[in-house]
Design a protein around this ligand. Structure first.
Ligand SMILES: *[C@@H]1O[C@H](CO)[C@@H](O)[C@H](O)[C@H]1NC(C)=O
Ligand SMILES: *[C@@H]1O[C@H](CO)[C@@H](O)[C@H](O)[C@H]1NC(C)=O
Ligand SMILES: *[C@@H]1O[C@H](CO)[C@@H](O)[C@H](O)[C@H]1NC(C)=O
Length: 173
């Protein structure tokens, strides 16, 4: 739920290419949220409303998958998929001073908590946009899709409890 922001920023800010959000969707299990809504503003900025009704604690995991839209096809090719311990990753990021500054910059768009446990409350993000940096990039221009899947359970286990899933489409040009 938090990490998707990080990865997007990490990716988008790593490129000299310009980038633009083109679509976003979010679903959250009723066990954890009473409602969730994600949308793009007229300026293609991300807004998010989450009514969290269940504490998110240690053990929560996040899988991030980056896909690229194949030219002229309605098909995505997976570039990479990475599974991590969400709370541990946040703790690690908050330890590095450079990462801390960067993380604070991400969290300033809303009031999501950057440390576990994340208590039941209403959280939002408003007008989240990519900030331009000029670090050399590696990905070619095109359309990309980022999946962020949050769950409890073992990475490849059958007994996964789904928490929330976000899909964000980004165009590099
Ligand atoms: C945006 O994503 C939603 C949910 O996946 C989908 O229903 C919709 O068609 C998408 N819109 C565009 C313009 O791609
Ligand atoms: C869920 O959480 C929201 C925000 O904290 C709260 O307003 C709402 O009453 C809660 N709903 C349930 C069913 O617990
Ligand atoms: C987050 O901000 C919204 C809107 O300002 C507010 O209604 C909500 O109570 C805040 N949530 C927390 C956990 O501070």
């Amino acid at each position: 739920m938090l990490l998707w922001l990080l990865l997007i920023l990490f990716f988008c800010e790593s490129f000299t290419l310009r980038s633009k959000f083109t679509n976003i969707s979010a679903v959250c299990s009723h066990e954890f949220c009473s409602s969730i809504k994600a949308w793009l503003t007229a300026k293609d900025e991300v807004n998010l409303d989450i009514h969290l009704n269940n504490t998110l604690r240690n053990g929560l995991r996040t899988t991030l998958t980056l896909q690229q839209l194949m030219d002229g096809q309605n098909r995505y090719q997976t570039l990479f998929s990475y599974d991590m311990d969400t709370c541990q990753t946040l703790r690690n990021l908050l330890q590095g001073s450079l990462m801390k500054i960067w993380l604070r910059n991400v969290f300033k768009y809303g009031n999501l908590t950057e440390r576990c446990p994340i208590k039941p409350a209403y959280y939002n993000i408003r007008n989240f946009q990519l900030e331009t940096h000029s670090i050399p990039g590696y990905l070619p221009s095109g359309f990309y899709r980022l999946h962020d899947t949050n769950y409890y359970g073992k990475p490849k286990g059958r007994q996964r409890r789904s928490v929330a899933t976000f899909i964000l489409d980004v165009k590099f040009y």
